[in-house]
Structure formats: structure tokens, C-alpha cells
Ligand binder design. Structure first.
Ligand SMILES: *Cc1c(COP(=O)(O)O)cnc(C)c1O
Length: 464
């Protein structure tokens, strides 16, 4: 075995040990920052080191600071996990070291993206022929989609934003729900549309955009308009009612309708939850993450656009796509994303979809939703504990009486190492937020976590 073979085998062994150990590993544990730094912060080496010694030092030094987010009892944020074939394909992407910028530099990366793109469009039931960009995550997906929308609405107003910039351009109105994710505003800030000059639509008790409020907001503005809706509120899991929103937006002569479905869009791939996304096929663009609910490794997100020419006009480096001079109808992957050289992240997506299949994806979504309901049912039956949202998807919001008590329970649960969930503020109230999005989570994991929460609640409410 060559030294390099030995290194790769040893690295695979370290990775496998880590993954095998995930269910038993304390989920969140106090990290000693000083010790973490001390283990990793050596002076810049003057000369070369043995690669295997480097990896051993990295694995040993980083381990105390590695959170078990990939494990079955991490319920913070919406973090996902890794289905086996996706993880392995991601390793291959590194070994092959393909550059997914152009067909010419990696025909394999290009074709795999093309196939995975078609599978995704089919799975979500989006319009055939929608363009797809493989991006780093939902933030870049929404950025890309809104850039495409910006192109399209300004083009209709007689302006080429890519060629001529904003100076002198007709103003664009931006409409978002008042529960829009913070990353939508990040996209607007990067697009030069501003975080503050948006029009906000009121939402209901579950964080869903209210159609009557949307109608009212739109009645007060005119000109080129971008509307961004949401499927899957990060707190409640609630869905904006697309079926009602679409006709309201379509009454306008020049509006683009986008949806941020970072995790919620996966509801469309599961027959039981698909009704939550009814109307999905009538939008102009969609953003969704692979690294969240599909359980492919970070970083992986997808942007879909019903108007490929607008999509490419906003992103492509050259006009080849637009003038039809691409290589014989060949999809050039770089035409739909901002980057030039980039990781071939399509391999992991292709592998995950091939491993799971249609029914496997539906089952992954359905199982997580069922486990969220299990959490809600068990926690809701504890005295003094209340589930405050309609558990329509994978998110559960829990109150332990008052803000202080809720924060104390969350802290105590996090310290226990049994499981990890974060706290959030929802409609002025501090709440524990539980997100079930890892394919390896079982009913036993939920039950064990409920016990940890019950114990923490007991400790906090029992005077010592
Ligand atoms: C996570 C999330 C995002 C951002 O996704 P990234 O993958 O972190 O870029 C956007 N919107 C919603 C609703 C999310 O949950």
C-alpha cells in the first residue's frame, strides 16, 4: 500500500468511527475554547509534515469541538444528516476533484447535475424544463432566484440590469411576508434592493402570509415587482397559502413570484404533505436545500426557475446560453450559478436520490413529521408544558410556562448531552424549538429526548 492509500484508508477509518459513535456521543457538550485552540493553534510550520500525522492531529484536535449535528438526537435549527451514498459520493467528489464550472472541464459533473436536476424537478412537481442551479444553500438559491426575477421584471420594463446596472433603472418593488427568513433579506442586501425598502405582508398565528394583506399591499404599489413567499416557516413549519397567493400576484402585469422552501419544499415530495404546497407549480422560482432535509452533506442547495433564459441572463458568464450557441443543447452547469470554478456537488445529490428513490424521499419526510408529532404528543401531556404551534410538518415549538423557565429548561437539556434543541422567540415568547430532519432519528431517540426534557423541566420547576 502506498503512503497515500494508507492515509485515505486511515481517514476512512476515523470517519467511520466518528459516525458509528454518533448515537452514543454527547450531543452538545460544553466546549473548552482555550483547550480547542491550544490543540489546533500551533505556529505556522516552517516545513513539511507527514500527511498522516497531520490528519491524526486534526482529528484529535478538532474532535472536542465537533458537535454531533449529524447524529440522531440533534434537533437544533434545521440541520439534516447524511444518507450513506450521499456522504460517500461527496468523498468521491473530493477525490475526483472535478470542477463543475463547465462541461469541458468535467463532462461527468455536468451530466450528473443534468440528471439530478431533472429528478428534482420531477420529485417536486415543478414545470418541465425549469432550469436548475446547484448552489451552496438556500441563501444562494434565493439570491439567484431573485436575481433572475430582477432581470425579468426589468426586462419587461425595458431595462437590462446586467448590462446597465441600477442607475436610471425603473424602481423595483419588493414584497415579502413579515415572517420571511433572515436570509431573504441577506439576498436583497446583496442584490442592491435593500433590506428596508421592502413591503411586508402580515401573517397569521402560524406565520403564514395572509392573502388579504397581500392584496392590500399590492394595491398600494405599482411597477416591476418581486414577491417572495415561504414554504416552511423556520419556527412553526407553516406554509404560505400558495394557491391563494398565486392568482393575487398574477393579476399584476409585471410581477415575479418566488418561494423560499429551504426545508419545506420537501413536503411536496411526500404525498401526505404535498397538499401543504398546493399551487407550487405555478410560481416563477423556488429555493430549497439539499443539506437540510434530503440529508446530503453541506453545502448543497438548489434553485429552480420557470424561466431558464432569465435565470441564465442573471448568472451566466457569457451570452452563449442566451444566443443558443451552447454546445448543441448541452446544459453548461455554470450558466445557472454565480460561481465559476466550483465543487461538483451534484454527485452527492444524485447518489442520495438514487439511494432513496421516490418512496425513500417521501418516507424520509413522513417519518420526520411523524416523529415531530410524537414529540408534540408526549411533551404536550406533561403538566406545565405546552406545544404552541400546529405541528403540520417537522417543527415543534414548546413553552415551559414562562420565558425564564423555558430558557432554563433549554439550557439544562443542552447541558445534559442527551439531545440538543435551541430556543427561539416566537410572537414575543421564548420557546424551545425542535426540528426533526435527520434520516437516522428513531422513535427511541425521541422517547429518550423526551425523558431528558422531562427531567430538565422537573429540575427547573422543583425548588431545591
Ligand atoms: C435554512 C433556511 C434558509 C437558509 O438556508 P441556508 O442553507 O442556510 O443558506 C432560508 N430559509 C429558510 C426557511 C431556512 O430554514
Amino acid at each position: 500500500m502506498s503512503d497515500r492509500d494508507a492515509l485515505l484508508h486511515r481517514t476512512a477509518e476515523i470517519a467511520a468511527e466518528f459516525i458509528d459513535g454518533l448515537p452514543a456521543r454527547p450531543v452538545g457538550r460544553p466546549v473548552d475554547l482555550t483547550a480547542l485552540r491550544a490543540a489546533l493553534d500551533v505556529p505556522l510550520p516552517d516545513g513539511p509534515s507527514d500527511p498522516q500525522a497531520v490528519i491524526e492531529a486534526l482529528a484529535r484536535g478538532a474532535d472536542p469541538g465537533v458537535i454531533a449535528t449529524a447524529g440522531p438526537r440533534y434537533f437544533g435549527f434545521v440541520i439534516g444528516g447524511g444518507v450513506p451514498a450521499a456522504l460517500a459520493a461527496d468523498w468521491l467528489a473530493s477525490a475526483w476533484d472535478q470542477n463543475a464550472a463547465l462541461y469541458a472541464v468535467s463532462p461527468a459533473a455536468s451530466v450528473v447535475e443534468e440528471v439530478a436536476a431533472r429528478w428534482l424537478v420531477e420529485l417536486f412537481g415543478l414545470p418541465q424544463g425549469s432550469s436548475v442551479g446547484f448552489v451552496t444553500g438556500a441563501t444562494m438559491a434565493t439570491f439567484t432566484a431573485l436575481a433572475a426575477g430582477r432581470h425579468r421584471v426589468l426586462e419587461r420594463a425595458g431595462w437590462n440590469i446586467e448590462e446597465d446596472g441600477y442607475v436610471g433603472a425603473p424602481p423595483i418593488e419588493v414584497v415579502v411576508g413579515d415572517e420571511a427568513h433572515v436570509t431573504v433579506f441577506v439576498s436583497l442586501q446583496m442584490l442592491g434592493l435593500g433590506r428596508n425598502r421592502v413591503h411586508k405582508v402580515a401573517s397569521d398565528g402560524q406565520g403564514r402570509m395572509m392573502p388579504a394583506s397581500l392584496r392590500e399591499v399590492l394595491a398600494g404599489i405599482d411597477g416591476p415587482t418581486l414577491v417572495s413567499a415561504q414554504s416552511g416557516n423556520v419556527n412553526t413549519g407553516g406554509f404560505d397559502p400558495l394557491e391563494e397567493i398565486v392568482p393575487i400576484v398574477r393579476e399584476r402585469p409585471n410581477a415575479w413570484l418566488h418561494v423560499d422552501g429551504a426545508f419545506g419544499l420537501w413536503a411536496a415530495a411526500n404525498p401526505a404533505t404535498r397538499p401543504l404546497m398546493s399551487g407550487i407549480e405555478m410560481l416563477d422560482s423556488w429555493a430549497v436545500d439539499g443539506h437540510k432535509w434530503l440529508n446530503v452533506p453541506h453545502d448543497s442547495g438548489y434553485v429552480f426557475c420557470a424561466h431558464p433564459v432569465a435565470h441564465a441572463a442573471a448568472m451566466a458568464h457569457s451570452a452563449a446560453y442566451l444566443t443558443g450557441q451552447g454546445q448543441g443543447g448541452l446544459r453548461s452547469p455554470g450558466d445557472f450559478v454565480m460561481e465559476s470554478s466550483r465543487r461538483a456537488r451534484g454527485f452527492a445529490t444524485w447518489a442520495a436520490l438514487r439511494e432513496l428513490g421516490r418512496s425513500g424521499v417521501a418516507d424520509l419526510v413522513e417519518r420526520c413529521c411523524a416523529l415531530a408529532r410524537r414529540f408534540a404528543h408526549q411533551l404536550g401531556s406533561i403538566d406545565g408544558v405546552m406545544v404552541v404551534n400546529d405541528v403540520v410538518l417537522n417543527q415543534v415549538l414548546v413553552s415551559f410556562g414562562d420565558d425564564r423557565r423555558t430558557d432554563l429548561v433549554v439550557e439544562q437539556v443542552q447541558r445534559s448531552g442527551e439531545c440538543w434543541m435551541g430556543a427561539t422567540t416566537w410572537h414575543g415568547q421564548r420557546l424551545m424549538r425542535i426540528s426533526v430532519s435527520n434520516s437516522s432519528t428513531t422513535e427511541a431517540d425521541v422517547d429518550r429526548s423526551v425523558t431528558a426534557i422531562r427531567n430538565a423541566h422537573h429540575a427547573v420547576t422543583t425548588p431545591s
